[in-house]
Design a binder for this molecule. Structure first.
Ligand code: DAH
Length: 356
């Protein structure tokens, strides 16, 4: 520290230097150590001036005290202004416009919703209407009208979740008291829709279905399906194949091929189970398709004449096709999810991995 006695010029020079250095301080911490160099109780400029008072000639003591104090007040005032600005507005050195902004947390659609929306979009573009039906059904709509006689295995208590109380009887008609259940498939809505509309019909029915299944990697007592139904004059198996192929190409890629395997459903004749060429290996065989090159995705067929009779359509005049596809199954295959239960556990670490 200079031994020269403080003067007003020295005060001004120090204050100007402090202001200049403060403005250039790269961080708040740098600014604080700068402040301490001027104002600190030990080894600071102001402290050194204060110490001079003791050794100064008597007639100088007062002046030195005044200059030291003036310096202290001026530095403190600049520091306070700087510090307040730093607290209130921007970090030291101004606003860093290159810093990323603070992102508000956005929610997004559940992966099953994403898949369902995509499927709906594809069928909407093909001219299908989207309709929904009740999750509580009666046996007639869910089974009888779909050509499933009373002794059919699907009606077994093992598979169906029946409700404790039947639907209330319609006044004066005890026959109307029917057993109710949670629908086991969206096919029940085929019946309701045909009862209420005349052909031509082109609908898809997304919705939840329920079965008495124990939870495991591939089963949950509740899952979702999308039913499809087309009815008109001259509708053929070729229309069924063309529609499903167009869907598969849109959903799983242009290279997709379909394989129809003869199968059995009471409400269709003929019936088929449909496999899609594996989109992971394009049919060559990989772990995803269990080396077969094919992945089963849905059941379908031409609407059985008995179903048309149940809803009062003339089976000589109309033909149609229907299919049912599991939405979880599509999601599991598309995203390669190993455990269906993950879709229902609401664990954000799982859900946030999907594009919304
Ligand atoms: N209802 C069937 C199921 O739940 C799926 C199904 C198969 C629906 C064939 C159809 C169909 O409309 O024609 O597994």
């Amino acid at each position: 520290m200079s031994d020269a006695l403080p003067t007003q010029d020295a005060v001004d020079a120090h204050v100007a230097a402090f202001a200049r250095e403060l403005a250039a301080a790269p961080s708040l911490n740098d600014a604080k150590s700068l402040r301490d160099r001027y104002l600190g109780r030990k080894n600071s400029i102001v402290a050194a001036w204060m110490q001079l008072i003791g050794s100064a000639p008597a007639d100088q003591k007062k002046h030195i005290g005044q200059y030291a104090n003036a310096l202290k007040v001026a530095i403190e005032a600049r520091w306070t202004a700087y510090d307040e600005a730093a607290q209130n507005a921007a970090p030291a050195g101004g606003v860093d416009v290159t810093l990323p902004g603070r992102q508000p947390r956005l929610g997004h659609r559940h992966p099953l919703t994403v898949v369902r929306d995509r499927m709906e979009e594809i069928f909407t573009r093909m001219g299908f209407a989207i309709v929904e039906g009740p999750e509580i059904e009666d046996e007639w709509h869910c089974f009888d009208a779909l050509n499933m006689p009373a002794e059919h295995p699907a009606r077994d208590m093992q598979d169906t979740l029946y409700l404790a109380s039947p639907m209330p009887p319609i006044a004066g008609d005890p026959e109307s008291l029917v057993r109710t259940m949670l629908r086991t498939h969206t096919s029940a809505m085929q019946i309701r829709y045909m009862q209420a509309h005349q052909p031509p019909i082109r609908i898809v029915v997304p919705g939840r279905v329920y079965r008495r299944d124990d939870l495991d990697l591939t089963h949950t007592p509740m899952f979702s399906q999308m039913e499809g139904l087309v009815v008109g004059e001259g509708i053929s198996l070729a229309d069924l194949k063309g529609t499903l192929l167009a869907f598969a190409r849109d959903m799983f890629g242009e290279q997709s091929r379909l394989r129809f395997r003869p199968s059995f459903f009471p409400y269709t004749e003929p019936s088929a189970e449909v496999d899609i060429s594996c989109w992971s290996c394009n049919g060559a065989g990989c772990s995803m398709c269990k080396k077969s090159g094919w992945i089963e995705i849905l059941g379908c067929g031409m609407v059985h004449p008995a179903v048309f009779e149940a809803v009062g359509y003339d089976p000589e005049k109309y033909t149609g096709f229907a299919w049912g596809i599991g939405i979880e199954r599509v999601a599991i295959l598309r995203y390669q999810v190993e455990d269906i239960r993950l879709f229902y556990e609401n664990d954000l670490r799982f859900l946030e991995q999907f594009p919304s």
